[in-house]
Design a protein around this ligand. Structure first.
Ligand code: GDP
Length: 590
C-alpha cells in the first residue's frame, strides 16, 4: 500500500459547492502562496464552464495533510462527457459525493455515482450548505442512502461515512448536531475512509487515462502509475491498443501540487502523474518498462454520435466583428481542438469552406462552438444530425438513456412529449413532489427536446441523458408545429432567427453593434419561432417590436409577455441572467 497518498474523485451536481469546498481544502492545507488572492476559485476556471454550469475537462488538484498527499480528481458534470468520467474514475481509489443539504441528490450526479460504485470505489458523503435556513440534512442523507441502494443493490457499500457542514463558512462535522470550526474532520475522514492506492512492485506500468495540451510542450499524458516507478528521462515502451510498441523517452515528469504541477525525478506506484515529451500516444494506451512491454487493458474513448457542419459566417447582414474570419482560421482552430478533445472528429467536405464536425452530443458540440465564438471566430453552424451506422445489413442509430426530473403535475406532459419522439418509458420514481422518469430514446429525439420540455414545465424540468448503444433505426419522428416559442441557451446566436422574424413583418429588430451575429445552433428553429438570446456579455440593443400579442422567452426559458421582456432588456436587467436555473429564477421571479 502507498500510505502516503489518497486519490479521491469528487462528484457533485453543479452549484452544490464543489469549487467552494476544494478552495477551502486548499486554504486549510495552506497552499495559497502570497501571490494568490484568497477566495479566488480555481477549480473550474473556464468562464463558459461556469456559466453553463458544467465541468468540461477534468483538472486535478493536490494538497498535503498530516504528511499525506491527497490528490483530488475532478469529474465532469455532464453525461456528454460520460467517457471522460469513466476514465478519470479509474485514477481514483474512492469518491467524495457532495450533495446540497437543501436540494438533495440530482439525476446528473446519479450517473457518475453509478459508475463509481460499479468499479468498486468507496464513497464518502458530504452534505453541504447546512448553514442555509431551509436545509434538510438528515432527509438528504436518507435520500443518498436510497440512491446508493437503488444503484448498487448490494449491502456492502451502503455503510458510508457522512459529513455535514458548510463549505462556504469553511467547516465540516461528522455529527449533524455539532458545528465545528474548520474542515479537519473531513480531511481526517478522507485519510481514514478512502483506501490507500495499491502498490504493485515490478517493472514500470501505467495507463494513459487523460490528456492535456499546451502550446509550449504539446500533448501531456496523464494517468496513475500502476506498477513500479516512473522516472524522468526514462526510455519507455508505449503499447498501442493493437499491441504494437513504440519506444519513446519521458522528457519531464510532473505530479500535482496545489493547483499546479510540480516537476519531479520519479513517481511511485499509486501516484498521479503528467508526462511531457511523448510524441505519439492516445488515451487508453499503456506506458511500460522498455524490457517489459506488458499491456494494461485498453480503455475505450466514446464514439461520436452527432455531427454539425461548421462554416465561416458570411451573412451579408452583419459586419465582420470577429478576429478570425477565414476558413483557414477555422480549420486550424479545429485541428488544435483535436489535440485534447478526444471524442471529437473533423472531416473535410466537398467544399473547402465547410467542415463536418462529429461529437458526443449536442452539448459537446455547443461548448466548442461557444468557445470558438468567444475567441472571435465568425462561425456559422448547421442543424445537428445524428450519425447513422450500418451494423450488418441494418441501418442503426444512436440511442440514449434519458432521465427527466419534474414536478408531479408536469409528468404526463413530459411523458407524452418524449413518446412522440419515439422514447420508451422504462422507469418512474417518486421523490417528494417530484417524479423522476427514465426513458430510452433515439438520440435524434433529443434534438430540441430540452427547450420544449423546459417550456412546458415552466423551467422546472431537469434533463440528463447518456449514450447507450447503436440500435436498429426506428421510424420518422413527427415534426412539431410551427410557431412555437423556443428559448436558446445563453451564448447561442440569434441574429438569424431575428432576421427571419423581421422578414415576416412581425417584429422589427435592428441589431445594434453588440448583437451577437450568427445562426441559431442546435435547435429546430422555424419560421414563426421567436428566439431571444440573453448572455452576460453580449447586449441586445435597439430592439423594437410590434405585434405584441406574442410571448417572448428569455433564455433559459422562462415565459414572459413581450412587454415584460422588453422592459427587462431596456432596464439592462437581463445582464445578470445566467443559465443556472436557480439564479435565473431568483433574479427574474423574486
Ligand atoms: P460548484 O458549481 O459545485 O463548483 O459550486 P460553487 O462552489 O461554485 O458554489 C455554488 C454556489 O453555492 C456559490 O454561490 C457558493 O457561494 C454557494 N455555496 C457553496 N457552498 C456553500 C455553503 O456551504 N453554504 C451556502 N449557503 N452556500 C454555498
Amino acid at each position: 500500500m502507498n500510505k502516503k497518498i489518497r486519490n479521491v474523485a469528487i462528484i457533485a451536481h453543479v452549484d452544490h459547492g464543489k469549487t467552494t469546498l476544494v478552495d477551502k481544502i486548499l486554504h486549510q492545507c495552506k497552499l495559497f502562496g502570497e501571490h494568490e488572492k484568497p477566495g479566488e476559485l480555481i477549480m473550474d476556471s473556464n468562464d463558459l464552464e461556469r456559466e453553463r454550469g458544467i465541468t468540461i475537462l477534468s483538472k486535478n488538484v493536490s494538497v498535503s495533510y498530516n504528511d499525506i498527499k491527497i490528490n483530488i480528481i475532478d469529474t465532469p458534470g455532464h453525461s456528454d462527457f460520460g467517457g471522460e468520467v469513466e476514465r478519470v474514475l479509474n485514477m481514483a481509489d474512492g469518491v467524495l459525493l457532495l450533495v446540497d443539504a437543501f436540494e438533495g441528490t440530482m439525476p446528473q450526479t446519479r450517473f457518475v455515482l453509478q459508475k463509481a460504485l460499479e468499479i468498486g470505489l468507496k464513497p464518502v458523503v458530504v452534505i453541504n450548505k447546512v448553514d442555509k435556513p431551509n436545509c434538510r440534512p438528515l432527509e438528504v442523507q436518507e435520500e443518498v442512502f436510497e440512491l446508493m441502494f437503488n444503484l448498487d443493490g448490494s449491502d456492502e457499500q451502503l455503510d458510508f461515512p457522512t459529513f455535514y457542514g458548510s463549505a462556504k463558512e469553511g467547516w465540516m462535522s461528522d455529527d449533524v448536531t455539532k458545528r465545528t470550526n474548520d474542515i479537519t474532520s473531513l480531511l481526517d475522514g478522507i485519510i481514514k475512509y478512502i483506501p490507500e492506492p495499491k502498490v504493485e512492485e515490478g517493472p514500470t506500468q501505467m495507463r494513459i487515462t487523460s490528456l492535456d495540451y499546451s502550446s509550449y510542450v504539446g500533448r501531456i499524458a496523464i494517468g496513475k502509475v500502476f506498477r513500479g516507478t516512473l522516472k524522468a528521462n526514462q526510455q519507455v515502451a508505449v503499447i498501442r491498443k493493437d499491441k504494437s510498441v513504440v519506444k519513446q523517452v519521458i522528457k519531464e515528469l510532473f505530479v500535482y501540487d496545489g493547483f499546479q504541477r510540480k516537476n519531479v525525478d520519479e513517481a511511485e506506484s499509486g501516484e498521479l502523474v503528467a508526462i511531457v515529451g511523448l510524441e505519439n500516444f492516445e488515451i487508453g494506451e499503456t506506458i511500460a518498462h522498455i524490457d517489459h512491454p506488458d499491456q494494461l487493458d485498453p480503455i475505450a474513448v466514446d464514439e461520436p454520435t452527432m455531427s454539425m457542419l461548421f462554416t465561416i459566417n458570411n451573412s451579408p447582414f452583419y459586419g465582420k466583428e470577429g478576429k478570425y474570419v477565414t476558413s483557414r482560421h477555422i480549420k486550424e482552430r479545429l485541428e488544435k481542438e483535436l489535440e485534447k478533445n478526444l471524442a471529437l472528429q473533423v472531416h473535410d467536405t466537398d467544399s473547402a469552406d465547410k467542415f463536418n464536425v462529429y461529437g458526443r452530443g449536442i452539448l459537446h458540440l455547443s461548448v466548442l462552438i461557444e468557445n470558438m465564438r468567444r475567441e472571435g471566430y465568425e462561425l456559422q453552424v448547421g442543424q445537428p444530425q445524428v450519425l447513422y451506422k450500418m451494423i450488418g445489413a441494418q441501418k442503426s442509430e444512436p440511442f440514449e438513456e434519458l432521465t427527466i426530473d419534474v414536478p408531479d403535475e408536469y409528468s404526463g406532459t413530459v411523458i407524452e412529449m418524449v413518446s412522440q419522439r419515439k422514447g420508451e418509458m422504462k422507469n418512474m420514481i417518486r421523490k417528494g413532489d417530484r417524479i423522476n422518469v427514465e426513458f430510452e430514446v433515439p438520440s435524434r429525439g433529443l434534438i430540441g427536446l430540452n427547450n420544449q420540455v423546459l417550456t412546458a414545465t415552466a423551467g422546472e424540468a431537469i434533463m440528463n441523458h447518456r449514450f447507450i448503444e447503436y440500435r436498429p433505426t426506428v421510424g420518422p419522428i413527427k415534426e412539431r408545429q410551427n410557431g412555437s416559442l423556443i428559448a436558446m441557451e445563453s451564448g447561442t446566436a440569434i441574429a438569424y432567427a431575428l432576421h427571419k422574424l423581421q422578414d415576416r413583418g412581425k417584429f422589427f429588430v435592428a441589431p445594434g453593434e453588440n448583437v451577437y451575429a450568427g445562426q441559431v445552433i442546435g435547435q429546430n428553429t422555424r419560421e414563426g419561432d421567436l428566439v431571444l438570446n440573453v448572455t452576460k456579455t453580449k447586449k441586445l440593443t435597439n430592439m423594437r417590436a410590434s405585434g405584441s400579442d406574442d410571448k417572448v422567452l428569455l433564455a433559459p426559458p422562462i415565459e414572459f409577455s413581450l412587454e415584460d421582456a422588453l422592459e427587462y432588456i431596456e432596464k439592462d436587467e437581463y445582464v445578470e441572467i445566467t443559465p443556472k436555473r436557480i439564479r435565473l429564477r431568483k433574479i427574474l421571479l423574486d
